[in-house]
Design a binder for this molecule. Structure first.
Ligand code: AVJ
Length: 353
C-alpha cells in the first residue's frame, strides 16, 4: 500500500513508505490483516485529544506527544543522567539475567516491542536469545524508528526486523508479513520495557495489557519492565534533574504543539514541575504557567491563570503485588519476577492464562 495513512493518528500520520534498506509500515489496514480495525470515529483524533485535554478543569496533554524526533532524543539524554536511575537499573537487570530470561523465552521466539525507542535494552535480549524468529519494533516516532532499525540491521544481520510506526495506545495491525507467523509461533512475546506502563492510569494500564493478552493469546507472554515505589526524594530528583534536561523534555511538548498543531504557546512562560503524589504512588509532571496568558489551540483560545498547570505525564510506581494485581485483571499470570538488590526496578514475565 502506498497511499494509506494511519487512521486517527493525528500528528504522526504518514503513508507506508520505504527507504533503501527496509520498509516502515504504518499502523493502517488493520482490517486487511484481520485484526481489530481502527474505526475512524470523529472526535477521536490526536487533535481532538489535545483540545479536550486543554478544555477540562485540570488541563492535560497525552504523554505520547513527548516523542517527536527531538523529544525521543531528549528522552535518550534523560536515560544517561545519573539522577535518572530507571534506564540504568533496568539495563543492568537485563544484563544480569539475560541468560535466564532468554532461556525462559525459548528458541525461535518472536518479539514485538511496544515503544522501542533506541532498542537499547532489546539488544541485550537479542544478543542472548536462541535464534529469534523475528523482531517487530513499534514506535510512535517514525524518524527515530528508522535510525534504530538501520543500526540494528547492521548489528544483527541475520535477524528479521519488521518495523511498525504506530501509536500503540490505538488499535493497530501487525505488518501482514508477520501476522501469521506470529500467531503460529509457540514463543510469542511482547516486550514492554522502560516502565512505560507507568505512564497510564491503572484502568488504562489494565486495558492496554488486556489488548496485549489478546495479541499474544493463550500461552503467549509479556516481558515488562515496571518501576518500583521508593523514596520520594529519589523520585523527585529523577524527574527534576539538575541539568534541566527533563524540563526541556517537558517543554518540548509545547514546541511541538506550536509546530505541528498550529498552536502559539509562549514556551518560555511555562516552567517544568515534578511532584510525587504518595496517595497514588505516582510522579506527576506539569507545565506551570508563569503569567496569566492565553494560547490558541487548534483555533480555540485557551486561558491560563498564573500558576495554573498542564499535566503532561503520570509515572506510576508499583510494588510487586500492586502490579501483579493489574496483570491478573488483564488476563495474565505471573511466571517470574527479577529485581535489582536495591529493589528500584522490576522485570516481570507474565503469561496469558
Ligand atoms: C520511561 C517513558 C516511562 O515515566 O520515567 C522520563 C518518561 N518522563 N522522565 C518515565 C520520563 C520524565 C518515562 N518513561
Amino acid at each position: 500500500m502506498v497511499d494509506s495513512t494511519i487512521a486517527n493518528a493525528g500528528g504522526i500520520s504518514r503513508s507506508d513508505w520505504t527507504s533503501d534498506e527496509f520498509k516502515i509500515i504504518s499502523g493502517a489496514n488493520a482490517a486487511a490483516n484481520g485484526l481489530s480495525a481502527p474505526s475512524p470515529s470523529p472526535g477521536d483524533s490526536t487533535m481532538d485529544e489535545i483540545v479536550r485535554g486543554l478544555s477540562g478543569r485540570q488541563k492535560k496533554l497525552p504523554s505520547k506527544l513527548f516523542y517527536d524526533e527531538r523529544g525521543s532524543q531528549l528522552f535518550d539524554d534523560i536515560c544517561n543522567l545519573s539522577e535518572y536511575y530507571v534506564t540504568r537499573t533496568e539495563t543492568a537487570l537485563m544484563e544480569s539475567y539475560a541468560d535466564e530470561i532468554a532461556a525462559e523465552l525459548g528458541a525461535g521466539a518472536m518479539l514485538i516491542e511496544y515503544g522501542s525507542g533506541s532498542s537499547t535494552k532489546t539488544r541485550v535480549l537479542l544478543s542472548h536469545l536462541d535464534r529469534p524468529a523475528g523482531y517487530v519494533p513499534i514506535d510512535i516516532s517514525a524518524e527515530h524508528l528508522i535510525k534504530t532499525v538501520r543500526a540494528l540491521k547492521r548489528e544483527y544481520p541475520g535477524l528479521e526486523i519488521h518495523p511498525l510506526a504506530a501509536d500503540f495506545t490505538r488499535p493497530f495491525a501487525l505488518p501482514a508479513s508477520v501476522n501469521g507467523s506470529f500467531s503460529e509461533n509457540p514463543n510469542r512475546v511482547i516486550y514492554f520495557p522502560g516502565s512505560t506502563i507507568g505512564n497510564f492510569e491503572k484502568h488504562e494500564a489494565t486495558d492496554l495489557m488486556r489488548g496485549m493478552a489478546s495479541i499474544v493469546k493463550k500461552g503467549g507472554r509479556l516481558l515488562i519492565g515496571v518501576d518500583l515505589d521508593k523514596d520520594p526524594e529519589v523520585l523527585q530528583r529523577a524527574y527534576d534533574d539538575s541539568l534541566g534536561v527533563t524540563a526541556e523534555f517537558n517543554r518540548n511538548i509545547l514546541v511541538r504543539l506550536n509546530r505541528e498543531f498550529g498552536c502559539n504557546f509562549d514556551v518560555d512562560q511555562f516552567e517544568h514541575r515534578a511532584i510525587y503524589d504518595a496517595q497514588h504512588s505516582r510522579v506527576e509532571m506539569h507545565l506551570v504557567s508563569l503569567v496569566p496568558q492565553t494560547a490558541t489551540v487548534c483555533g480555540k483560545t485557551v486561558t491560563f491563570e498564573i500558576g495554573e498547570t498542564i499535566l503532561t505525564e503520570y509515572s506510576h510506581k508499583y510494588t510487586i503485588s500492586t502490579f501483579t494485581e493489574i496483570a491478573e485483571q488483564a488476563g495474565f499470570q505471573s511466571r517470574r519476577v527479577w529485581m535489582d538488590p536495591e529493589e528500584l526496578f522490576s522485570i516481570h514475565l507474565l503469561e496469558v492464562a
